[in-house]
Design a protein around this ligand. Structure first.
Ligand code: C5P
Length: 415
């Protein structure tokens, strides 16, 4: 979405590093740079050695906001180029990004100034791949792109069209207009600034004895992606988690194991929280009594008596403070929408994210997910198979919409 006419561009005053790597599409980086400068950004250009075979540094220097940097060693601009450029950036765009640059970034292989800049930054990164169709569709590239997406890197997919050498297919660098629009989206979306968010993630583990647990297959990846997306949009995020994945930057982690611990961690914070996303797979049953020692095999198979765990989400729904947005997840294997819809109503939720965990590549442990978003008074929205981070983005977009609608209602005195 481009900003409305009259609104300042979200790029105005922003320091944007434009990394240009060695593909034929490097010439289009000149136009991207010009458009960013026109929008009021300060463009810091970096070219790899290979990029210089395609366009001259003079051209890009003339159309960016400062001379092109190419050198890790003997860099005339700064004595510590490997960190300084990345630390000072509000956004980094790599356009075009070759298969080699994408692979190096995935690995953190910091052999040149651009790769050092990419791993010495906390700024958002947009990668705009451009290569021949065979390369774009090669499993190594597909895998590298999937990993970058999962980490929250914004990928501007290449278009289909004429490629170098007369070939036609997918792999052509996205248009300068699309690249700049992506930059506007990324820098414009601080739409959760100051909002407090709790996300639960992972499956709970309910002890049987001092070593055994009843667990489930949840990996926590979707919850972590939601936490990372919310944090990147300015929210103050607490992640209540049963798993040990890398903690997204800026997120506070609270480690728990059982449903009871998760309940305590969330309920003690819930009254002062704007948004709660229960992405965790909380056990529905737990052993009534827990042996304080390891049950012995020689004593025979134990009779384990189970009791229900507290339904954390239902409890939160019943005690929901005005203005709080409550989101649940529903992992179903049949009657997905009907079951999720009934949960939405029963637990007084504002949104439920339903996933059919029986479908291929969907749900537990996968890096991808396909979900249906259900709200009380809106048509269901289907999100087709996508990286969990992209699904997280759709969930957060919907939460932002719900908060905006509630704000309008408050202002017009409807509630
Ligand atoms: O009813 P069901 O367990 O399928 O609902 C799933 C949703 O409820 C998830 O968001 C999950 O985190 C939450 N839940 C809960 N406490 C439970 C069981 C599930 O908060 N004991």
């Amino acid at each position: 979405m481009s900003p409305q006419q009259g609104e300042p561009s979200p790029l105005a005053g922003k320091r944007i590093v434009l990394g240009v790597t060695g593909g034929i599409a490097a010439y289009k980086a000149i136009e991207i740079s010009r458009r960013l400068v026109d929008a009021g950004a300060h463009v810091v250009p970096i070219m790899t050695e290979a990029a210089q075979h395609f366009v001259g540094t003079t051209t890009l220097s003339a159309l960016a906001s400062e001379p092109v940097q190419t050198e890790l060693w003997h860099n005339p601009t700064t004595p510590i180029p490997h960190t300084e450029v990345g630390q000072g950036a509000d956004l980094i765009i790599v356009a075009p990004a070759t298969a080699k640059a994408i692979a190096a970034y995935r690995m953190g292989y910091s052999h040149d100034l651009l790769q050092n800049t990419l791993i010495a930054t906390r700024a958002p990164v947009i990668v705009c791949p451009a290569m021949h169709t065979e390369m774009w569709e090669h499993p190594s590239v597909v895998d590298n792109i999937a990993v970058l997406r999962e980490r929250g890197v914004h990928i501007v997919d290449p278009e289909s069209g004429r490629l170098a050498g007369g070939d036609v297919g997918a792999g052509r660098l996205a248009s300068p207009e699309s690249v700049v629009a992506a930059a506007e989206r990324v820098l414009g979306s601080r739409d959760l600034a100051g909002t407090t968010v709790i996300v639960s993630a992972g499956g709970t583990r309910e002890p049987i004895d001092s070593v055994r647990v009843i667990a489930n297959r949840s990996s926590g990846k979707q919850g972590y992606a939601v936490a990372a997306e919310a944090a990147s949009r300015g929210a103050l995020v607490t992640l209540v988690s049963t798993v040990t994945l890398p903690v997204p930057s800026g997120v506070e982690i609270v480690a728990v194991e059982t449903a009871a611990e998760m309940q305590e961690a969330i309920e003690s914070r819930s009254a002062s929280t704007d948004v709660i996303v229960m992405a965790a797979a909380v056990a529905d049953f737990r052993p009534v009594s827990v042996a304080d020692h390891k049950l012995k095999k020689r004593d025979g198979a134990p009779q384990i008596v189970l009791e229900s765990t507290p339904d954390i989400l239902a409890g939160l729904g019943a005690a929901k403070p005005a203005g709080q947005v409550l989101v649940g997840f529903a992992a179903e294997t049949n009657d997905l929408v009907a079951n999720a819809q009934s949960k939405l109503e029963r637990k007084h939720l504002d949104l439920i994210v339903a996933n059919d965990v029986g479908a291929p590549s969907v749900g537990f442990a996968h890096d991808t997910n396909a979900v249906t978003l259900l709200r009380p008074d809106a048509e269901p929205v289907e999100i087709d198979l996508a990286a969990k981070r992209d699904v997280a983005r759709a969930v957060i977009n919907t939460i932002v919409e719900i908060r905006a609608a509630a704000e309008i209602e408050t202002q017009t005195g409807k509630i």
